[in-house]
Design a protein around this ligand. Sequence first.
Ligand code: NDP
Ligand code: PYC
Length: 339
Amino acid sequence: MTDTVTLSLADLTARVETIFRRAGMNAAQTRALTSVIVAGERDACKSHGIYRIEGALRTVKAGKVNPLAEPVLDAGEGTAIVRVDAKGGFANPAFELGLPVLAARARELGLAALVINDCTHFSALWPEVEAVTAQGLSAMVMCPSYATVAPTGGNKPLLGTNPFAFGWPRADAPPYVFDFATSVAARGEIELHRRAGKPLPEGWAIDADGNPTTDPEAALEGAMLPFGGHKGAAIGTMIELLAAIMIGDLTSPEVLDYLGTTTLAPFHGELILAFDPARFAAGRPGNPLARAEVLFEAIVGQGARLPSQRRFAARKISESQGVTLTAAEIAGLDRLTAQ
Ligand code: NDP
Ligand code: PYC
């Protein structure tokens, strides 16, 4: 028996769509969710690929996300703030609804924000960032999560793993994109280590008594640590302020109170900021996109790599050769399809 199977992206998409449709999700939720999960596998981001299907289904079954939600847009005519009420569904279809208005508004005003409220968000942020850079705009995206990260100097979960992503458009290359958890690693990585029976690298987490641990189980019961010590804790706190409190949505501790568990996908809001570099640079010397290329060349010129280059390389291979899944992953897809 072979222990891996290679699927084309179209075949993987069909398989994931079938699972979500059978779970009772409507077409809009199914399509948007499938797209980000398949993109995670395609770009070799395992912590936000097919592994996330089970959590999404658990969240549907627990009644904590609306599988039939139809998001509603408030275009905020004449203002820089576009809003989408996700109506208790996943964030991804809400983002798709708001994106064209966000992009038009950012071009008109120079900058604009898309606020998504009442959504479940379990995915990576780079699909959203790339959708904005594809419009020729720069983007910042952030959302809280649930309380799993201790602030530096503290010893109990309080902040979320709060992802933060940024994108800059490039004329003749894939965009400059970074996207990271503000914890040392995403929680998905800890769960994947637990599944694989592997210890965590040192410095990722503390146990329930506040002692450093490399045991994934103890880390899941204890707390994760912010990246970069107090700096990551401050950025995580900023995300609680801007993408939860400021937009009138749940903070990470409130999300955990609401769900009562971290085994379901978190329910909160999301903030997407879009900037038009040409508008900001108007009247100043130099073309901002051309000047950015000088910076990127200097970075790469030192032998460093730009963030997302690993993903883009993986994407190129997956698009021509498909994605290779283990027999256990295929069995998992079969099981979820049969549920
Ligand atoms: P990583 O630490 O794996 O990567 C962070 C970023 O750094 C990526 O853009 C990566 O690019 C880049 N990078 C990594 N190594 C280098 C290098 N040597 N030189 C330059 N750039 C580099 O990410 P995390 O584990 O922190 O997060 C993983 C995902 O989890 C993110 O997509 C995030 O959105 C998601 N997440 C989602 C949450 C949610 O609530 N929805 C919560 C927390 C995380 P590359 O990919 O090319 O390696
Ligand atoms: O990987 O930290 C994580 C995460 C939390 C919610 C979605 N992803």
